[in-house]
Design a protein around this ligand. Structure first.
Ligand SMILES: Cc1cc2nc3c(=O)[nH]c(=O)nc-3n(C[C@H](O)[C@H](O)[C@H](O)COP(=O)(O)OP(=O)(O)OC[C@H]3O[C@@H](n4cnc5c(N)ncnc54)[C@H](O)[C@@H]3O)c2cc1C
Length: 384
């Protein structure tokens, strides 16, 4: 087992860090912290993310993508501010779902421009009455000639307010009567829908909205041709998304640890640097342990995916642990900073809100624990 990055991985991490520092962080810093980015800003971010493979990580090279190892994808994601992760990951996951589960026409219509970052993608599954359990979806289509008319609402959908195409789960009428669960690509340039921005607890710069489809007319050709392979391929997207979200939390907690280390070397009380107090050193040691263990669990899950090892439990464990551990690490960093830690000026309180926001997308802690528990026991606690 080798814990060192290869030369290629170091170059990739370096390239990602430079893009983040030179282009992305200045853009985010120049915008309101509690205001969602504009469509133009999102396009700018996607074009930079495309340079390091983040818009096409799971699309093979023959499909025009980067075909990255998932561990490399995670290493790059860890360098990016989580706002970028929350924009780019749903975009890339949408592209991957179209590439693997779309028709040839759908692929050629959307995938190349999604990869280059000139179109913005979103995926809408969650609804007001249907979150963790996807079987409760109510959004429904009805046939009208060559079109399907969609009615329903999707909630908490990343990129939905600025996207060009939204990939939705929907009840689709069967020819023989009744409905099946299917996926539809709603292209905003041909099918009108509303999306309203929702202000969240953290990561507010990442656009996130509530989407309404009211008699939304979509061509029949935009229905995805699901086959038995699709479900497997969709699961693979979830598997890598979870540790990648964990690494977004690691990005924040590492920053908090770096800030705390610096502060304890300059702040003096009782005539000495607070870093000389034993309890402060314990806080720092705890923070480093939380950050390092989170990082390693996420790398481990991504590496398992690369090696075709079953990763359902590993990936759920990595995200659940990392977000929670990084939340605790940031809370410790705030405490080490005293009152300064609570100030808006320093930014740690913003990081605390941001990391907590990461606990919900791609599986809540409760759901992730049940996925891990199912791997441990072989018993499905969801529906047993
Ligand atoms: C920042 C952000 C971005 C998002 N982006 C998207 C997106 O792009 N597309 C999209 O479709 N959705 C998105 N979502 C929605 C997200 O996927 C859902 O919020 C999530 O699946 C949980 O659903 P819910 O909020 O309805 O909670 P619920 O499912 O109502 O759960 C409420 C609580 O009950 C617990 N719970 C539920 N069932 C069980 C159980 N069986 N056992 C134990 N506990 C249980 C949950 O863990 C949770 O704590 C996003 C959410 C956020 C916050």
């Amino acid at each position: 087992m080798d814990f060192k990055l290869t030369e290629d991985q170091m170059m990739l991490v370096d390239a990602a860090r430079k893009i983040s520092e030179r282009h992305i962080q200045p853009l985010l810093a120049s915008r309101g912290k509690r205001t969602a980015l504009s469509r133009q800003d999102v396009l700018e971010i996607l074009s930079k993310a495309a340079d390091v493979g983040l818009t096409s990580a799971r699309i093979p090279e023959e499909g025009g993508g980067m075909g990255m190892k998932m561990l490399d994808y995670g290493l790059v994601m860890e360098q990016m501010p989580p706002t970028v992760g929350l924009i780019v990951q749903p975009h890339e996951a949408t592209t991957t779902r179209i590439y693997f589960g779309g028709s040839p026409e759908q692929k050629s219509k959307f995938v190349p421009r999604l990869i280059e970052g000139t179109l913005i993608g979103a995926t809408g599954s969650t609804e007001p009455d249907c979150g963790s359990d996807p079987r409760g979806i109510k959004t429904t289509g009805e046939w009208r000639g060559d079109d399907i008319i969609v009615n329903g609402r999707k909630q908490w959908i990343s990129n939905s307010t600025v996207c060009d195409v939204i990939h939705i789960t929907c009840r689709i009428p069967r020819e023989e009567g009744g409905y099946r669960m299917g996926r539809i690509l709603v292209d905003r340039s041909e099918s009108a829908f509303d999306a309203e921005e929702v202000e969240m607890h953290g990561l507010c710069q990442a656009p996130l909205g509530e989407v309404s489809f009211t008699d939304c007319r979509v061509p029949r050709s935009n229905i995805c041709p699901d086959d038995e392979n699709t479900a497997r391929l969709l699961t693979i997207t979830w598997l890598a998304n979870r540790p990648a979200v964990g690494l977004m939390a690691v990005h924040l907690a590492q920053k908090a640890l770096d800030m705390a280390r610096e502060y304890v070397g300059v702040r003096k009380q009782f005539g000495k640097h607070i870093g000389a107090f034993q309890s402060i050193q314990v806080d720092l040691a705890d923070m480093e342990t939380l950050v390092m263990s989170s990082r390693l669990l996420c790398y481990n899950a991504l590496s398992a995916i690369d090696h075709d090892v079953r990763a359902n439990g590993l990936s759920a464990m990595a995200k659940r642990y990392a977000v929670d551990a990084c939340d605790r690490a940031i809370a410790l960093a705030m405490r080490v900073h005293g009152a300064m830690g609570l100030s808006a000026e320093l930014g740690l309180e913003q990081m605390a809100r941001d990391v907590r926001t990461l606990s919900i997308p791609d599986g809540t802690p409760g759901i992730l624990a049940l996925i891990q528990g199912r791997e441990l026991t072989g018993i499905d606690a969801f529906r047993s």
